[in-house]
Design a protein around this ligand. Structure first.
Ligand SMILES: C[S@@+](CC[C@H](N)C(=O)[O-])C[C@H]1O[C@@H](n2cnc3c(N)ncnc32)[C@H](O)[C@@H]1O
Length: 412
């Protein structure tokens, strides 16, 4: 994870000590150099000679024995350049231009430039800083006893930053507890919990892009009596979702309780339009989740955003047709990019006058009144009529959510 988070900075350091350009190196050699450099530069408890030895052994194991002296030489040169003082420095994103923020925080410049334009310099510094830190583990408590039980099992918890049912893990391995194994709590980012909570209650609920199922489970917990259809395109992911749903349902109840998992393409849904609540948690770039998925920033290109925009449009158009009059569709992504968020919503609204946007503030106020939302500053959570969380600014992933309502037909 460290190498994925810091790749651009590691490459800059390696370049400074390598006699060959990085583009000429075999991928195995470059990877071994990155691993070694990361350990030398960022990990204070690994002796330099152990880090160097490990990388040299890795290239030998990758059948690149002839490159071992080169890797050894580059890492030795780097070691002399890295002082102990530098190794133990805390990381902080400084800089007052997109270029300096990108360089200092190992982000591609094009992404940082977009964020500065959309969210300003200070928020971008905070987003970039958050992405480079160890991810927060947030949990959703599903049972009144869960918190006390987790504490007796040695888990150190603090309250969530947004929701009453959320806790943040400060210490201990939650996955190793009986409380977690017996499904009394689930690991789920707070923004993801918030989107599911905003959907509220419905009689017939469709979750269009459901796997791995974090929001499906939360919807079921909020709506124990409703019929919930969870659709997922990929059959292997639908199978995983089905087993998750079975595992989380209290013993004695029907296999999957009120959740019906189907492997289906949200662009061609095999239903008739009778859902009063629909969640479209669309496939997206995931730029709001870079602290847990740092590889995204090296893979993603600007061109991908227009491809994703087209896919998202197709899914939302198809899902909108499944709403009953008066029903609401919640469109969400964990992306920070306009093309995947506002642009999708504004385009479908322009195409179809039977729908209107409901301000997310309405649902946030409801959650506040019900005591579920503990965050007081609602205006910081919204951007116009939409929900907009930013990593580092809010204590969670970057999520976007819009609510579209199908208007009742007026009598002639
Ligand atoms: C962002 S993830 C959903 C996360 C999920 N809602 C949760 O909270 O755990 C998007 C999911 O949509 C699925 N997907 C992508 N295209 C789809 C389509 N056309 N129809 C249905 N599901 C699709 C992906 O396989 C992926 O599992």
């Amino acid at each position: 994870m460290g190498v994925l988070r810091w790749r651009a900075l590691l490459d800059a350091e390696i370049s400074g000590s390598s006699s060959q350009p990085l583009s000429k190196l075999d991928p195995e050699i470059l990877t071994a150099l990155r691993l070694g450099t990361y350990q030398l530069r960022w990990l204070t408890r690994i002796p330099a000679r152990a880090a160097i030895n490990e990388s040299v052994e890795l290239v030998k194991r990758a059948r690149k024995r002839s490159a071992a002296p080169f890797v050894n030489a580059v890492l030795r040169k780097l070691t002399s350049a890295v002082s102990e003082e530098l190794r133990s420095q805390p990381f902080e994103v400084v800089g007052d231009s997109p270029q300096t923020i990108a360089d200092r925080s190992a982000h591609p410049l094009w992404l940082v430039q977009r964020w500065v334009q959309a969210y300003g310099l200070e928020s971008t510094r905070r987003i970039a800083g958050h992405n480079q830190s160890i991810k927060i583990t947030a949990v959703r408590l599903r049972h009144p006893q869960a918190e006390a039980q987790l504490r007796t099992e040695g888990i150190d918890l603090i309250p969530g930053g947004l929701l009453a049912a959320a806790r943040r893990v400060q210490g201990g391995d939650i996955t190793n507890t009986a409380t977690f194994r017996s499904e009394l709590c689930v690991i789920q980012d707070e923004a993801s919990q918030l989107v599911a909570a905003m959907l509220g209650t419905g009689a017939q609920i469709l979750d269009c892009c459901a796997a791995p199922g974090g929001k499906t489970l939360a919807l079921a917990d909020h709506n124990p009596k409703s019929r919930i259809i969870a659709a997922e395109l990929h059959s292997h992911r639908a199978r995983l979702l089905r087993s998750l749903v079975q595992a989380h349902h209290p013993a004695g109840e029907r296999e999957t309780g009120n959740i019906y998992v189907v492997a289906a393409d949200a662009c061609h849904l095999p239903f008739v339009n009778n859902f009063d609540r629909i969640l479209v948690d669309a496939p997206c770039s995931g730029t709001g989740t870079l602290s847990r998925n740092p590889e995204i920033k090296w893979r993603l290109t600007e061109k991908d955003l227009s491809d994703l925009h087209r896919r998202q449009l197709e899914i939302v158009r198809s899902a909108m047709a499944q709403l009953t009059a008066g029903g609401r569709l919640f469109y969400s992504t964990c992306s920070l990019e306009r093309e995947e968020n506002e642009d999708v919503v504004e385009q479908v609204l322009a195409e179809n006058k039977a729908y209107r946007v409901v301000p997310c503030e309405v649902e946030l106020k409801r959650l506040q009144l019900e005591g579920e939302l503990t965050c007081q500053d609602l205006s910081s959570l919204t951007s116009g009529p939409y929900l907009r969380t930013l990593p580092g600014v809010h204590p969670c992933d970057g999520f976007f959510c819009a609510i579209l309502e199908r208007m009742e037909l007026l009598a002639e």
